[in-house]
Ligand binder design. Structure first.
Ligand code: SF4
Ligand code: SF4
Length: 384
């Protein structure tokens, strides 16, 4: 079945251009579903309380444009997210994140009151392959329609963060790292994300790919211009288009592989309408990523066997002492208690560490870097 992503070029975050590009991408993707009179949750990616220039969260101008079009389509607009990055899901924290990410200002312009309800509910999902129920924030449970407005980012654990990963924000606060402890393998974690997407079924997704994040995202990478707004009624199709945009092979990305294995996606059938996609050739990948292995016997039979040993190969978090301010956030978020504060610096127990990279994701001081041991460096050299 043909799956469509709408694409529109957009080179800067000025209101007029973003609005025109968002409108064009949505139209190219076939338009919003009927929204008149429906409660519509606009679900941005608000990972942490960082400013729009850092490319960590969906840019407020993109949120403004999508919000305006939802209102014009007659939807009853609500904007909400539960941030990640070890932020407790409390009214005070939510208000701070909305303010710092520029959401409070655009909500005011749109005439929308931001809710600081931090309640959540249990939602059964008997059809789930890995999860039979999820805990979900109230705003997502109460919406008739969810429109996801995600950000293009690389991800040190799942390689890529886009539409499928954005849905994880409907899980409240510190419930998120618990999933890392339960699903330490990124393939299983991605399978869990597919269950969550099939439960919540975002009806439409718009991606802010004007300026994405490259390198060790979703928080510790660098802003990188990609120059597009993308839109689709399929979270899976949109991610494939975005992966092609940054020259990632969709068949290597855990979330996309998981969607394919469930029969929800055929990568070859994803088509783009609107502006042509011109891939960014040198978009920096996360340090955990390796391109598909070439077909040599040595690579296939030897190196990939070693790679399957996982922990041997995967880089481990280490502290950058001069940057660490001993805030303790990494200690709080680590699902397996592999971090402690020692002499006022974070200290890692690599024997316990499951390489989920939550600590790296949430350290706002960029005080955690990834380090491979000699065996890992050797394998990485041959596999990349
Ligand atoms: S490594 Fe980062 S998150 Fe951990 S204590 Fe140091 S500054 Fe805080
Ligand atoms: S130390 Fe960091 S990477 Fe290792 S398990 Fe804890 S949070 Fe995950």
């Amino acid at each position: 079945m043909r799956l469509l992503t709408g694409a529109a070029k957009c080179s800067a975050y000025n209101r007029e251009d973003v609005l025109a590009a968002v409108k064009s991408a949505i139209e190219s993707a076939g338009g919003f579903p009927p929204l008149a009179g429906k409660k519509v949750l606009l679900k941005p990616n608000l990972l942490s309380d960082t400013g729009a220039d850092k490319a960590v969260s969906t840019h407020p101008e993109v949120i403004y444009a999508v919000g305006k079009l939802i209102l014009e389509a007659g939807g009853i607009l609500q904007i909400a997210d539960s941030p990640g990055a070890g932020i407790l899901y409390t009214p005070r924290n939510i208000r701070r994140v909305y303010k710092k990410c520029g959401i409070a200002d655009v909500a005011r312009e749109l005439g929308v009151t931001l809710s600081d309800d931090t309640g959540f509910q249990e939602r059964p999902f008997p059809d789930g392959k890995l999860m039979k129920h999820f805990t979900i924030i109230n705003q997502a449970c109460e919406a008739d329609v969810i429109i996801s407005v995600c950000k293009l980012k690389t991800h040190i654990f799942t390689y890529f963060s886009g539409a499928v990963k954005n849905t994880f924000g409907v899980v409240p606060g510190l419930d998120k790292p618990v999933f890392h402890s339960r699903f330490p393998d990124p393939a299983d974690f991605s399978g869990m994300l597919i269950d969550l997407n099939e439960l919540m079924k975002p009806a439409f997704v718009v991606m802010d790919a004007v300026e994405g994040m490259e390198g060790n995202g979703p928080m510790g990478g660098n802003p990188r211009k990609a120059g597009y707004i993308l839109a689709s009624s399929s979270v899976y199709a949109l991610d494939v288009t975005a992966q092609r945009l940054i020259s990632m092979d969709p068949a290597q990305i855990y979330t996309t592989k998981a969607a394919v294995s469930r029969g929800l996606l055929n990568i070859e059938e994803v088509e783009t309408a609107g502006d042509d996609i011109i891939p960014v050739k040198d978009y920096a990948m996360p340090s955990t990523y390796h391109a598909p292995a070439k077909n040599s016997w040595f690579r296939k039979k030897v190196l990939l066997k070693f790679q399957a040993a996982g922990m041997l190969y995967a880089p481990a978090p280490v502290v950058i002492k001069k940057a660490c301010v001993a805030c303790g956030q990494c200690v709080q978020i680590c699902p397996v208690h592999a971090v402690v504060l020692k002499n006022n610096k974070a200290s890692f127990d690599h024997g316990k560490c499951i390489r989920c990279y939550c600590c790296h994701e949430m350290c706002q001081y960029h005080a955690i870097r990834m380090k491979r041991n000699a065996a890992g460096s050797f394998l990485h050299m041959f596999l990349r």
